[in-house]
Ligand binder design. Structure first.
Ligand code: ADP
Ligand code: MG
Length: 286
């Protein structure tokens, strides 16, 4: 492989042209998607993926056509949580057909592409020292390919599950001119609020509206309330999801908890949050 230091200009490979073509395909692919919403939190382990999957199932139960893009390339979980792990991908003319869950949620995840369980995704940098610098660019490339080469079809909503890190939203907003909004997730702890406050700053600076803050795992700790963080930051508060071990077990089984245990407090809270997001999306759509 040529190294960038060896290449004069773009070495004749017309990389700029390739990216432009891909960006065009991406725009075309997303023309049939009415709204894209990113689920973000600078903090890991707060329940972004659980919330993304549960919201997708709630929207599907309400009759919306929904897709989930697992943008966590290094720690993908959506295929597992949504119960499509191990499904074979159909590739037609270089375009991937995303598998559908029993509720009809379409899922695209690195997990469906990686050959083995144990190997993480590694970036092919010339030197390990450079892997960090390359990661951001490679991640953006991989996501652009995911978006451009997946046949989402007509969707009312595409939810994007982001990896932790306050910088990740910028990568996605750069790729998604159609981003309809962001949902920010925290848990009731000072440590989480410390990081999530930064995520709120990044999200409010993005062009897409902040649909609101969700507090997850309520009751697990006696920490500061998410509703206060939302008020202080001047963003809507979308609701609290109680800590519920049954929800975690359902996620491990790849089961749509909002469908299988709809009367459970955590499932009700998730359905209410989905309704609040839906109302907000419909309001901004006008
Ligand atoms: N409200 C909740 N009650 C109990 N367990 C939860 C809840 N929300 C998430 N979990 C569990 O916490 C763990 C981390 O959640 P996950 O969605 O993977 O977080 P993130 O995507 O932010 O890293 C998972 O095992 C998940 O099942
Ligand atoms: Mg996650």
């Amino acid at each position: 492989m040529k190294r960038y230091k060896d290449i004069a200009g773009d070495g004749g490979s017309n990389i700029a042209g390739q990216v432009e073509a891909q960006q065009g395909r991406l725009r075309q692919r997303l023309e049939s998607v009415r709204a894209v919403v990113a689920i973000v939190s600078g903090k890991g382990g707060v329940g972004k993926s659980t919330l993304t999957a549960s919201l997708a199932c709630s929207f599907a139960l309400d009759g919306w056509k929904v897709g989930v893009l697992d943008a966590d390339l290094n720690g993908p979980t959506q295929a597992k949580v949504l119960g499509v792990r191990g499904r074979r991908l159909a590739i037609v003319d270089g375009v991937v057909e995303p598998p559908s869950t029993s509720l009809g949620v379409k899922v695209m995840s690195m997990d469906l592409l990686l050959p083995t369980d144990a190997a993480p995704l590694t970036w092919d940098a010339p030197l390990q020292d450079e892997a960090h610098t390359w990661r951001g660019a490679m991640e953006a490339n991989a996501l652009r390919e995911f978006l451009a080469d997946t046949a989402w079809g007509a969707l009312d909503l595409l939810l994007v599950d982001l990896p932790p890190g306050t910088d990740r939203l910028a990568t996605v907003t750069g790729l998604l001119p159609v981003l309809g909004g962001t949902v920010i997730v925290t848990i009731p702890s000072d440590v989480s609020h410390l990081v999530v406050r930064k995520s709120i700053t990044v999200a409010t600076q993005a062009k897409a509206p902040v649909l609101g803050l969700v507090e997850n795992m309520t009751g697990m700790f006696r920490g500061p309330a998410g509703v206060d963080l939302a008020r202080e930051a001047g963003i809507p508060f979308l609701g609290s999801v109680p800590f519920d071990p049954e929800l975690a077990l359902a996620a491990d089984r790849g089961e749509a908890f909002v469908a299988t245990a709809p009367t459970r407090d955590s499932a009700r809270a998730l359905a209410d949050i989905a309704r609040a997001i839906r109302a907000s999306l419909l309001a901004t759509r006008g």
